[in-house]
Design a protein around this ligand. Structure first.
Ligand code: ADP
Length: 179
């Protein structure tokens, strides 16, 4: 599924983020930036050791913030590492922190002149954010950004599995008023 926002394209696909040919891919990292499971482990395995070396030099990333490294052996030239919130009950600022994570990735990418970026579904694995809610925040945040800025031309959500893709597709229809 794909929509246009001004001159930019927002698309939803099922797949593996490590295989994307966008200029940047986003990693759902943890604060230590030392690698982990889930999408983080997959990116470090596919991208090779230089990404971790750069992460160790950077040292730390707060929840909702973003940092950038090269893409190592990946097709993507850059990896933007962000830390989503650990979901507790939704009453601990989780929505705002998730919104910050997406927005800071887009701003950092834009500041580096990046024009295409792929996101995984941040916080919805080990960090336990309910998928429907997280999808709504992710999509609204990206749409708002693309309405305000024209520098990033392609934003692709790469969902892991058919179920996650369906949830994002349904949400996109709702938030754009087509569902
Ligand atoms: P978090 O700690 O932010 O929850 P996870 O890596 O545990 O991060 O999960 C985030 C999302 O990434 C989950 O929806 C998971 O299914 C998905 N995911 C895991 N591996 C990949 C991959 N290779 N490509 C895209 N998405 C992935």
């Amino acid at each position: 599924m794909e929509i246009k926002i001004n001159k930019s394209t927002l698309s939803l696909v099922e797949g593996d983020i490590t295989k994307q040919d966008t200029e940047a891919i986003v990693n759902a990292a943890n604060k230590t930036l030392r690698g982990g499971g889930g999408v983080d482990g997959a990116i470090h395995r596919a991208g090779g050791p230089t990404i971790l070396e750069e992460c160790i030099k950077i040292g730390h990333c707060e929840t909702g913030e973003a940092v950038i490294t090269t893409g190592g052996n990946l097709k993507a030239k850059y990896v933007v590492h962000t830390v989503g919130p650990v979901y507790r009950d939704g009453l601990h600022n989780e929505p705002k922190l998730l919104q910050n994570a997406y927005r800071n990735c887009l701003q950092l990418a834009s500041s580096k002149g990046i024009r295409s970026i792929a996101f995984p579904s941040i916080s919805t694995g080990a960090y336990g954010y309910p998928l429907e809610e997280a999808a709504g925040i992710a999509l609204k945040t990206v749409i708002t950004y693309l309405k305000e800025h024209s520098d990033i031309e392609v934003v692709r959500f790469v969902l892991f599995g058919q179920k996650a893709l369906e949830v994002y597709e349904r949400k996109l229809k709702t938030v754009t008023g087509n569902g």
